[in-house]
Design a binder for this molecule. Structure first.
Ligand SMILES: Cc1cc2nc3c(=O)[nH]c(=O)nc-3n(C[C@H](O)[C@H](O)[C@H](O)COP(=O)(O)O)c2cc1C
Length: 202
């Protein structure tokens, strides 16, 4: 699929067919982690793939029904593939205190302009969502304020693995938001000039 076509289809889809996806297809999607950028090549991003019915139901229950159910269906539980995407800060500190990095920063760890571990996990999220679209599938990304505890309990994450959220992947079912086509509502869209600045801010 052409990049433009992927972009045109890029949206959070909120309704999935429950039928499982072929293992090779899931592997192709999560395999994009090898193409993900990371500061210093720290490779702090990670994915936990969950396809087990009972576990997906537990995740859906932990996230709560309020935003995710309509007509007796819960689209978190329905999505046949859950990908828990995480960042790992400690790998960045380890990488940026290696000799080659310290040599370029005068022997002290770099001052982090922003938390690169979350920047990189976000980039990984976007690659995964796009890869799913490239496979002709639908995808979405959701978060929960208590997701660290939820995924620690349900999936046994180590302490320094911090989930940034949950990607849902599956075949698209008719979306309750089909009338608007997206949650990217036109009436809430900020003017392009507020988002893109040319040469300088103002
Ligand atoms: C970091 C992040 C967290 C999000 N969390 C949720 C969420 O918890 N629940 C939800 O329904 N959508 C969530 N979304 C989806 C956004 O609502 C959606 O991206 C936005 O409305 C724009 O719509 P579009 O992605 O369909 O273009 C999240 C998106 C991002 C990037």
């Amino acid at each position: 699929m052409e990049f433009r076509e992927i972009l045109a289809k890029r949206r959070m889809h909120r309704s999935f067919e429950t039928d499982p996806l072929p293992q090779e297809q899931i592997e192709r999607i999560v395999g994009v982690i090898r193409r993900a950028p990371s500061g210093g090549f720290s490779q702090g991003g990670s994915i936990v793939v969950v396809t087990d019915d009972a576990k997906r139901n537990e995740i859906a229950a932990a996230f709560g029904d309020d935003h995710y159910s309509s007509g007796g269906r819960n689209y978190i539980a329905d999505a046949p593939v859950h990908l828990v995407l995480s960042a790992n800060e400690s790998l960045y500190h380890a990488r940026y205190t290696e000799a080659d990095k310290l040599a370029s920063t005068g022997g002290i760890e770099v001052t982090w302009p922003v938390p690169y571990w979350f920047v990189d996990a976000g980039a990984l999220m976007m690659l995964v969502l796009a890869a799913a679209i490239d496979e002709g599938l639908a995808s979405a990304f959701i978060g929960h304020p208590d997701q660290k505890r939820i995924f620690d309990e349900l999936l046994g994450l180590p302490p320094d693995v911090i989930p940034i959220g949950l990607a849902l992947i599956g075949r698209p079912a008719p979306d309750p938001n089909a009338a608007t086509g997206t949650s990217r509502r036109k009436d809430r869209q900020r003017p392009l000039d507020d988002l893109v600045h040319w040469q300088r801010w103002g």
